[in-house]
Design a protein around this ligand. Structure first.
Ligand SMILES: [Zn+2]
Length: 68
C-alpha cells in the first residue's frame, strides 16, 4: 500500500489527514512523529471532499504588551 510522506493520519474519526507541517493535531493531540503516513487513496479522498488538509498557518505572535 502506497503512502504519502508529506501527510500523516491522526486519531480523529474525520479530517484525520494532516500535512507534515502540522506536527500535532489540535483535536486529538496525536503527534506526527507517532503516527503513520497517510495513504495516497485517503489523501485523494480528502482532497475530493474539500477537507482542509493544506498547511494551517500558525497564529501570528501577539504583539508585545504596550508598556506605559
Ligand atoms: Zn486528530
Amino acid at each position: 500500500m502506497e503512502t504519502m510522506p508529506e501527510f500523516w493520519d491522526c486519531n480523529c474519526k474525520h479530517h484525520y489527514i494532516h500535512p507534515k507541517s502540522v506536527t500535532r493535531c489540535k483535536r486529538c493531540g496525536a503527534r506526527a512523529k507517532d503516527q503513520p503516513d497517510s495513504r495516497i487513496t485517503e489523501v485523494m479522498r480528502a482532497l475530493l471532499q474539500g477537507e482542509p488538509i493544506v498547511a494551517e498557518q500558525p497564529a501570528p505572535p501577539a504583539s508585545a504588551d504596550p508598556s506605559t
